[in-house]
Every structure is written in structure tokens, then in C-alpha cells.
Design a protein around this ligand. Structure first.
Ligand SMILES: NC(=O)c1ccc[n+]([C@@H]2O[C@H](COP(=O)([O-])OP(=O)(O)OC[C@H]3O[C@@H](n4cnc5c(N)ncnc54)[C@H](O)[C@@H]3O)[C@@H](O)[C@H]2O)c1
Length: 318
């Protein structure tokens, strides 16, 4: 077996950690047709993992995302073991989703590096550890961070980032494997603590905490405000395209009147006269479409999201 087959040819993957993330990461690879060795130190986690995975698959079938008839085949591809070295020895790729502490990560990476073929990529699902500073690797060129979101079998994004010695090819390879597994990998330009989405979520949590401290609103009202406004829009336009719709000229003007500098990423399009859909381009290029056409597309997307959220009573707590 080549030590790093093409992502399309990977047959067996090892997933270390069968907790909140690991059991469902194993499920995603099994759904994509790969054999999975799911490993945990704690046998009770391995006893419950197949049932948890089956429940997840049933939910996907209920939502029409897969056929219920395929569930046994997916489950058959997953085998559970406490023997990490044996599991890794049979695998062409490994991902660790073990407890978020240095000792657990070091012990798993030491075992993986010892047992898994020379060039095979080894991935960490750490959310917030400075992995490349705190873990000793023998072959750092093949160590990637591939950060999933809960629930991993539903949220599309996996953030992929490497340390100073990670080979760019290992990052590209990981992204292709994740695409094969139906995910939306995003290879970051460089490693950053907490990656992208959680950094933004942390800034939101800080702002929410400030509002509570100021006595402006309680936590239930803050959640409701977010869900019924920016939350609904962000899924369609993200942060920067949302600013395009505000008008970048207006955003720059607003910053000036608050005594704030205009950072280059904003000053440059404004100097060019690219303010957003109203001028044909902003941060994004609207490809010759009129403002009305762009707004029609945006608003139909907003209304589809709004309809879906209302249908599942999303503005009430889950
Ligand atoms: N929970 C989330 O929402 C989330 C989201 C993204 C990333 N992550 C990251 O994923 C990783 C796992 O998080 P989780 O929430 O699934 O944790 P969890 O506590 O639910 O599961 C961790 C599992 O790892 C097992 N474990 C610990 N040491 C081990 C070892 N040496 N070998 C094998 N198994 C071992 C534990 O027994 C446990 O079952 C963490 O790095 C976390 O930061 C979590």
C-alpha cells in the first residue's frame, strides 16, 4: 500500500477519540465509503458509539439526506477498538479528536507517528491548542489541523491549517480527502489560534457579555436578537459581503466620523469607487449584473432561509 495514496484511493482511516466529535467524524468517512477504525481509551465510549452513529444516520434519513436502507452498510464500515497502534497500522490517514489537552494529544500523536506509514497525513481536530508549539512531532511536514464543527456530519466546513513545517501538499491532500467525504474544507493561509469561525464566535460572545454587564439585555433576548437578524443574514452573505450591501462608502464614512482609521482592505475599493452592488463591485465583483438583479438574488435567498427557519420554529429555543 503506498504510504500516501491519492485521496480518492484512501480505503481505511483511523479516528482517535469517540466522543462528541470523533464518533460523527468516523461516520462521515464511513458514509463516503471508507473503512473506519474508531479508537478510544474508554470502552464505554466505544460501546455507545455505534448507537449514536445509527441515531445520527436515522436523523439524516428522516431529513431525506440519505436512504435508510444504506444505514447498515455505513455502520458495517466502522469497527471500534481500544488499540490505537493496530488501528493506525491498518490506516492510510488518521484524525485525532481526543480530549483537548496536551498530554492526550502528545500520546496519540506519538503512537500515530510510530505506527502509520511514512507519508500518511495525520490530522488534529484541536479547537484551541497551539498544537505546533506544544507537541513534539518526528515528521511535522505531515501534521495538519483539520478543525470540524459540531455536529460534524451536518456542518459543512472543516478549517484546514498547518504549522511552520507542514508541507502545503499535505494541506491540499487533506482538503481533497475532506471534499471526497462531502465536506467544505477551507485551507487557511496560515495557522491562527481558534482558526476562523470560532474566533468570530468568540468576538460575538465577548460583545454579548458586555451587553449583559451593561444591563442592556439578558441572554435570552440577545440570542433572539441574533437569530432574528444577523444570524439569518450571515448564512447568505457572510461578513464582508454584508458590508457590500451596506455600501463600502458608507462604512468608510461611518468609521471616519467615529474617529477610526480606514484599514487598507476597505480604503482600496473605496478609492477605486467600488462601493458594492450599487457600483457593480465592492469586496465582490457582481459580474455586470444590475443592483436590482443582485438584490433579487439576495432577497430570494434570505426569504428561503427565513422560510426554513420559521418552518422549524428556529426563533424558539431548540
Ligand atoms: N465538542 C465540540 O464542539 C468540538 C468542536 C470542534 C473541535 N473539537 C475538538 O475535538 C476534540 C475532541 O472533542 P470532543 O468534544 O469530541 O471531546 P470528548 O470529551 O467528547 O471526547 C474525547 C474522547 O477522547 C478520548 N481519549 C482521551 N485520550 C485518549 C487517548 N489517548 N486515546 C484515545 N482516546 C482518548 C476520551 O475517552 C473521550 O471519549 C478536542 O480537541 C476538541 O477541542 C470539539
Amino acid at each position: 500500500m503506498p504510504s500516501r495514496p491519492a485521496p480518492e484511493e484512501v480505503r481505511t482511516v483511523a479516528v482517535a477519540g469517540a466522543g462528541v466529535m470523533g464518533h460523527a467524524i468516523a461516520q462521515v468517512f464511513a458514509q463516503a465509503g471508507m473503512e473506519v477504525r474508531l479508537v478510544d481509551l474508554d470502552e464505554s465510549m466505544l460501546e455507545t458509539a455505534p448507537r449514536r452513529i445509527e441515531y445520527n444516520l436515522e436523523t439524516l434519513a428522516l431529513a431525506g439526506r440519505m436512504s435508510a436502507a444504506d444505514i447498515p452498510r455505513v455502520l458495517d464500515r466502522i469497527s471500534c477498538t481500544t488499540d490505537l497502534e493496530a488501528a493506525a497500522g491498518e490506516s492510510e490517514f488518521a484524525v485525532e479528536a481526543v480530549s483537548e489537552n496536551q498530554a492526550a494529544k502528545q500520546s496519540v500523536f506519538s503512537a500515530l507517528e510510530k505506527t502509520i506509514g511514512g507519508d500518511a497525513v495525520l490530522a488534529s481536530n484541536t479547537s484551541g491548542l497551539m498544537l505546533y508549539d506544544m507537541i513534539e512531532f518526528t515528521r511535522p511536514d505531515r501534521i495538519v489541523c483539520a478543525h470540524w464543527f459540531a455536529p460534524p456530519h451536518i456542518v459543512p466546513l472543516v478549517e484546514v491549517a498547518g504549522g511552520p513545517d507542514t508541507a502545503p501538499e499535505a494541506l491540499r491532500w487533506t482538503a481533497r480527502l475532506l471534499e471526497r467525504a462531502g465536506k467544505r474544507p477551507l485551507v487557511m493561509d496560515r495557522f491562527a489560534e481558534a482558526f476562523i469561525a470560532n474566533r468570530i464566535m468568540m468576538a460575538m460572545a465577548d460583545a454579548a457579555e458586555e451587553l449583559m454587564e451593561e444591563g442592556a439585555a439578558g441572554l435570552h433576548d440577545i440570542d433572539l436578537a441574533v437569530k432574528t437578524s444577523v444570524g439569518m443574514r450571515l448564512g447568505v452573505v457572510g461578513i464582508f459581503q454584508s458590508l457590500d450591501f451596506n455600501g463600502l462608502d458608507l462604512i468608510a464614512e461611518g468609521r471616519r466620523s467615529m474617529g477610526l482609521d480606514t484599514p487598507p482592505y476597505l480604503a482600496e475599493p473605496v478609492e477605486r469607487g467600488d462601493y458594492g452592488p450599487k457600483t457593480g463591485a465592492g469586496f465582490y465583483d457582481y459580474g455586470g449584473r444590475t443592483e436590482a438583479e443582485v438584490l433579487r438574488k439576495r432577497d430570494l435567498a434570505y426569504l428561503a432561509v427565513l422560510g426554513a427557519l420559521e418552518e422549524v420554529d428556529a426563533f424558539d429555543p431548540v
